[in-house]
Design a protein around this ligand. Sequence first.
Ligand code: 1CP
Length: 343
Amino acid sequence: MTEKKFLQVLGGARAETPPIWMMRQAGRYLPEYRELRRRAESFLEFCYTPAMAVEAALQPLRRYDFDAAILFSDILVVPDALGQRVWFEAGAGPKLEPVEKSDPLAGLGMDNFHDHLAGVYETVSQLDAKLPSDVALIGFAGAPWTVATYMAEGGSSRDYADVRGWAYHDPEKFRALIDLLVEATAAYLVRQVDAGAEALQLFDSWAGVLSEAQIRRWSVDPAKRIVAAVKAAHPHVPVIGFPRGAGALYADYVRETGIDAVSLDVAVPLGWAAAHLQSQTVIQGNLDNLLLAAGGAALDEEVGRIVEAFAGGPHIFNLGHGIIPATPPEHVGRVVDLVKNAG
Ligand code: 1CP
């Protein structure tokens, strides 16, 4: 049996106090991250250089008593490794040479895929060796829909009109891109487990912009295929799904994808999730990242409310979305202390 509380709870056990980690626990809210980041030419180089990525993933663990570390990388290394041009502009976020909608697979393929990602696999394996014995290592990837939004739009988007329109106008061509991403993402996650990842998270950060039929087609179904492929290679590795913004369709996502745990966004009501999801799966979440940044009595109260709401079953304490750069680091420490001393 594992001694890691995070993995025990992910396996369905209920703990005295919930294990805790936070999405984007490594990153720009930490001064030591900003210092390290200045030493890299580009953000992608940072992600592919194990000495830097390992250090970035370890930084939050030196400050806080987290139960898990997450691989330091980005969801956009997958399109980069498939052959698309990807770069990050300071202040402007990710940029990509958009795929050709009439021929979306032109120039993309798996030929060089794992070689391109060798630095990421090396980061996983070094982290696996370096983590304290009670801290679990989470690998991750973006879900096909979320990654496809960046590949089609050429970067972040306000309304996703371009990619949503494409998926309606030409579902066959769009499906070709999603199918390639299903294959690549599954292969990428399997390699992360080979290298030492003990759990996986699939980030579908933009699932919530899709209609009901489209969410089933482009979020639920691809997640189901990825989970099946990963479990065929590694039957016991737990997978956390994050279909952010899926609303009532969280229930379908949980029932149909085969995931072991579900990460809730800020809008999912605690009582509804405890009643309808927690009997089926492990709950992760869902403190508002903006309340974490704001702090104060309201933050303390909300932490207590979340812990109490999910005390009847397996629960991993986390946010509803990643830590924002403006977050004072001491607020993170405050939440970790409150959760560790809850109950
Ligand atoms: O210069 C910098 O430092 C870049 C900032 C940054 C960081 C720290 C980016 C660019 N990515 C990351 C790391 C990262 N990204 C991690 C590891 C850190 C950790 O969690 O501790 C992870 C898990 C991600 C995942 C990621 N990247 C997601 C899914 C999760 C989410 O937040 O919804 C998404 C959508 C991205 C795309 C991306 N990469 C970077 C930015 C600023 C963005 C978001 C752009 C947008 O809002 O569209």
